[in-house]
Design a protein around this ligand. Structure first.
Ligand code: PMP
Length: 359
């Protein structure tokens, strides 16, 4: 649907699409497997559900704007001072807070492309210039990203593992990059999929951000913690960065239910770890099955796989949809397929096997 232009707003809005979330599809036989948004396939744990129900009793009151309890539990869990934390409505909310904080005419933000689709959208909204550096073999080209930095660059976003390719940059390469980024540039490591990384060579940003004063890390409760529907994300960084990100949060952005659910999830990490381990095992099974069936799949460290189908992408998405499998097509480029429960993954593998082409 193309919206009419309005004379009242900034012209740039005319060129900005509404964010398009992953679809849900139901096949003619009534089958529906949602592998289009990299969500957790599991329903919330009983302890999380009861924390939400209890918090619901007080929704006539505004939430705690400082998210005091969640901040303190997060600080203890990750071994960071509370002043190093800032929250938002999902890590996409925190990304917007970051772009708002750096956003003034002429400011540039550098990130890889293709990467998370919200980056260009939020950059345009904040009025900053997006500088997109093409991936090399599906992976961040950190050397080229360094080369794209100018005096106007304020922020570099590194999505690690990268959405939608699933690839991750190794520790040695990342550390060398971080050490070479000029001091006037803030580097943010978007680690939305960190919990699925099982390669020891991919270093945890939380072990790196203290190296310098210009590094921060983004995390979310939407993926491994299974709270996509509640919208909580956070930044970990030096106090001067966290403080700015708290200022650009809209008041009460993290609602009461979200805060309670996030605290309950941090208290149930053993159970959540088992779920993540299951997803990782399923990811490896899907990856190996695709490879055995003749597909080229970049090594993935996240809860999804990437198929560079090029022109066949739309046909592939339609073939999957016909069997009730919703995936995320990027027409002309490729398809991202989330790892779901075993039944959903089998449905996807069957659709992929039946597809006449390979990439
Ligand atoms: N970063 C990346 C790389 C993502 O893929 C996503 C979700 N698709 C997000 C951030 C945002 O997640 P949320 O806002 O739900 O925390």
């Amino acid at each position: 649907v193309s919206e009419p232009n309005s004379p009242y707003f900034r012209e740039i809005l005319d060129g900005i699409p509404v964010y398009r979330p992953g679809r849900t599809i139901v096949s003619p036989e009534g089958r529906s497997y949602k592998l289009s948004s990299n969500e957790s396939p599991d329903a919330p744990l009983p302890s999380v559900r009861s924390a939400i129900a209890e918090a619901a009793l007080e929704v006539n009151r505004y939430p705690d704007n400082a998210a005091t309890e969640l901040t303190s539990v997060l600080a203890a869990r990750f071994g960071v001072p509370e002043e190093h934390l800032a929250l938002g409505a999902g890590s996409v909310g925190v990304t917007q807070q970051l772009l708002e904080a750096v956003g003034e005419p002429g400011a540039e933000v550098v990130y890889a492309w293709r990467s998370f689709e919200a980056y260009p959208l939020l950059a345009q909204l904040a009025g900053v210039t997006a500088v997109q550096v093409p991936l090399r073999e599906e992976t961040h080209d950190l050397e080229a990203m360094l080369g794209a930095i100018t005096d106007q660059t304020r922020l570099v976003l590194v999505c690690n593992p990268n959405n939608p390719t699933g690839t991750a940059v190794g520790g040695t390469e990342l550390i060398e990059f971080l050490d070479r980024v000029p001091e006037h540039v803030l580097v943010v490591l978007d680690e939305a999929y960190r919990e699925y990384v099982d390669d020891p060579d991919v270093v945890d940003g939380l072990n790196l951000y203290r190296r310098r004063d210009n590094i921060a890390v983004l995390r979310t409760f939407s993926k491994a913690y299974g709270l996509a529907g509640l919208r909580v994300g956070f930044l970990v960084g030096p106090p001067h960065i966290a403080a700015a990100i708290r200022k650009t949060m809209i008041p009460f952005a993290v609602n009461r239910l979200a805060q309670a659910a996030a605290v309950a999830s941090l208290n149930a990490e053993d159970e959540l770890r088992d779920r993540v381990a299951q997803t990782v095992a399923e990811r490896d099974r899907v990856y190996n099955a695709l490879r055995a069936d003749g597909w080229t799949v970049p090594t993935t460290r996240a809860n999804f796989v990437w198929l560079r189908l090029g022109k066949a992408t739309t046909d592939f998405a339609e073939a999957c949809a016909a069997t009730g499998v919703a995936i995320r097509p990027f027409p002309g480029e490729g398809a991202r397929v989330s790892i779901g429960d075993p039944e959903a993954n089998d449905a996807f593998l069957a659709a992929a096997k039946a597809f006449p082409q390979r990439c």
